[in-house]
Design a protein. Structure first.
Ligand SMILES: [Zn+2]
Lengths: 284, 318
């Protein structure tokens, strides 16, 4: 389900509203039900003006938010899954991939690009949850590898925006090994004193949390995002009681010591610019 | 001896042998020829069953309750010299992750690995081999200690996954695993990894970055267990056999995919039938690997380790 589709369904639930609100023109907050013009919502970076709920958005929106004048060059745009296991569950993985490509217009769950952020050259890799739950397979791993290579070559800071249900089960062992590949590359980046900022957004779980998302020089998150290794349902089954209020939210993860800061989307660009400026000031 | 469902004919035959032996003992009539013939049948039947195990059956063998666990390997490989070391120096001593020093054929080795419990009480204490973040941090502490004194590391993996508990989340399970993987890519001593039972997901990989990675013959290694995969992708627990096949999680599959370096043969019928044989095979493989790896300079060792894992991807670009 993509963000604009959800926007529509929110509006189409009531026939009364339907008459007054032409499709896509209005946005209804999925949390507080506040209605505003879709245009206004987008101008507010897809954050509810009333309750500050951060709607889930994709790589195209993040690139628009972060790159100056929405100008950027895509890294490795033609990567796609090769279905190395010829995997089939209730349907073939190849069919799932095709459907995901058709419904999202994307080739996999991550886009990477370089450009300028408030004048500062950066590389940004951003996950797309709409593509098979933002799951990590070989393509996601390779996008990160190529992004790091670009950063190493031009000494550019790296920003990765995570949003993932975890592993791409249909690429089973290859999916697992992307945790190793991405970590190996980030180690190389660190050795060259090039900053890497990890931005965790709703949701970031499983193998993504247990690899690149937690390895930033700074780990920052959007407010109220779900962040964890095991999903809340699994934790609940393990402990056999209800989870405490706010468990595995950004605020909880900040409090337990695994995030540097919670940064609302509207402050993301200036924040990144400020910290990257400081982190790189004394490095040749 | 516990028997798995597909070993039923083997159980029957073994019981028959026991009855025969008892009868012979009580009557004083020699049954040596009959017993020998049954022994031969048992061996042939074991061979037949074990030569055509399905992926799911291998998963069952990997979890066999009589199978030797990690501490048994550490003790056997270091010939009684094993010194268990405890604690992550932060929170506590995680009983699901064990480690320590031992002398293997005259050279010190730092062992780390997940330990399953050997009885009901210990299974609870060791959480069935599911480590908490402090377990991964303890493993990393021991690996760094080894690095400081130029001692190679041997990781023995046997886990159904990292522990998915409330405190594990509070103490950063994701960060602990990520940190281990990341730091293992910088460790300047040889790392040899063995999957001796179950190798599930990030919980396994958290101590799984090695210059050499071997799987014992009847073990599995994947991103998820066949049961969980079945429940998520098939939305039912009934497709674990299918999931086990689809995941390509056996030692032979993983070797064919180029994701592990070798398969260590197990005694006929699995490691639990003749643990000493399994220990000897692992020891031999470890010593051979160390002989190669100790010749490589640390910088090159680290670079080769990274290169090896960086190749582990399959994609199209068009
Ligand atoms: Zn709202």
């Amino acid at each position: 389900m993509s963000w604009f589709k959800r926007q529509k369904s929110g509006i189409l639930t009531s026939t009364e509203e339907k008459k007054e609100t032409p499709e896509g023109l209005w946005h209804k907050c999925s949390r507080c039900k506040y209605i505003c013009l879709s245009e206004e919502h987008a101008a507010n970076l897809w954050v509810c003006p009333e309750c500050q709920f951060h709607d889930r958005i994709g790589s195209a929106q993040y690139f628009k938010i972060l790159f100056d004048d929405n100008k950027y060059t895509v890294i490795a745009p033609n990567l796609q899954s090769a279905d190395p296991l010829n995997f089939k569950d209730t349907k073939p993985y190849k069919d799932r991939l095709r459907q995901a490509m058709e419904s999202t217009g994307l080739k996999d769950a991550m886009e990477a690009a370089y450009g300028k952020l408030s004048g500062k050259p950066v590389t940004i890799a951003c996950m797309d949850f709409e593509f098979i739950g933002g799951s990590m397979g070989s393509v996601v791993g390779e996008k990160i590898v190529r992004s790091v290579d670009h950063c190493l070559r031009y000494k550019k800071p790296l920003i990765i925006i995570s949003k993932s249900g975890g592993a791409r089960m249909m690429e089973a062992p290859f999916s697992l090994m992307q945790m190793a590949r991405t970590s190996a590359k980030l180690k190389e980046l660190a050795e060259k004193h090039i900053p890497y900022i990890s931005v965790l957004t709703n949701p970031t779980t499983g193998g993504v949390t247990a690899s690149f998302a937690m390895l930033g020089d700074l780990n920052i998150a959007e407010p109220e995002a779900l962040i964890g290794f095991a999903g809340p349902r699994v934790v609940k089954e393990t402990i056999k009681r209800d989870l405490p209020e706010g468990f595995q939210t950004s605020e909880f993860v900040l409090e337990t010591g695994f995030l540097d800061k919670i940064v609302p989307r509207k402050q993301l660009k200036p924040f990144l610019h400020e910290v990257l400026t400081m982190l790189t000031a004394n490095v040749k | 001896m516990n028997y798995l469902d597909f070993e039923e004919p083997l159980r029957q035959l073994t019981e028959e042998r026991e009855r025969m032996a008892e009868l012979a003992a009580s009557t004083g009539i020699s049954a040596a020829d009959t017993l020998q013939s049954i022994d031969e049948k048992i061996e042939q039947l074991t061979r037949d069953i074990y030569s055509q195990l399905t992926a799911w059956q291998k998963v069952q063998v990997s979890r066999h309750p009589d199978r030797p666990y990690v501490l048994a390997y550490m003790t056997a490989l270091s010939e009684g010299s094993f010194i268990e070391l405890h604690g992550d120096r932060g929170v506590k001593d995680d009983k699901a992750m064990v480690g320590g020093l031992g002398m293997v054929e005259g050279q010190p080795v730092m062992f780390v690995g997940q330990q399953k419990g050997i009885n009901a009480k210990m299974r609870m204490i060791r959480r069935f081999g599911m480590a908490n973040p402090e377990g991964y941090r303890k493993a990393l502490r021991l690996m760094r200690l080894a690095e400081k004194f130029n001692i190679p590391v041997c990781c023995l993996i046997d886990t159904p996954g990292a522990y998915p508990g409330l405190e594990a989340e509070e103490r950063g399970q994701g960060e602990a695993i990520a940190r281990n993987i990341y730091e293992m890519f910088g460790l300047r001593v040889p790392i040899v990894v063995f999957i001796i039972g179950e190798g599930a997901s990030g919980g396994a990989l958290g101590i799984g970055v090695g210059d050499r990675v071997y799987m014992l013959q009847y073990t599995w290694y994947s991103v998820i267990s066949p049961e969980s995969c079945s429940s998520i992708l098939w939305r039912s627990w009934d497709f674990k056999e299918k999931a086990a096949e689809a995941l390509k999680l056996t030692a032979d599959d993983m070797l064919a995919l180029g994701l592990v370096d070798g398969v260590v043969p197990e005694p006929l019928g699995g490691a639990h039938r003749k643990p000493e044989e399994a220990f000897a095979q692992v020891k031999k493989t470890l010593l051979e690997a160390l002989q190669d790896l100790r010749r490589i300079k640390p910088e090159k060792l680290v670079a080769q380790r990274r290169e090896k894992f960086l190749k582990m991807a399959v994609y199209l670009e068009k």
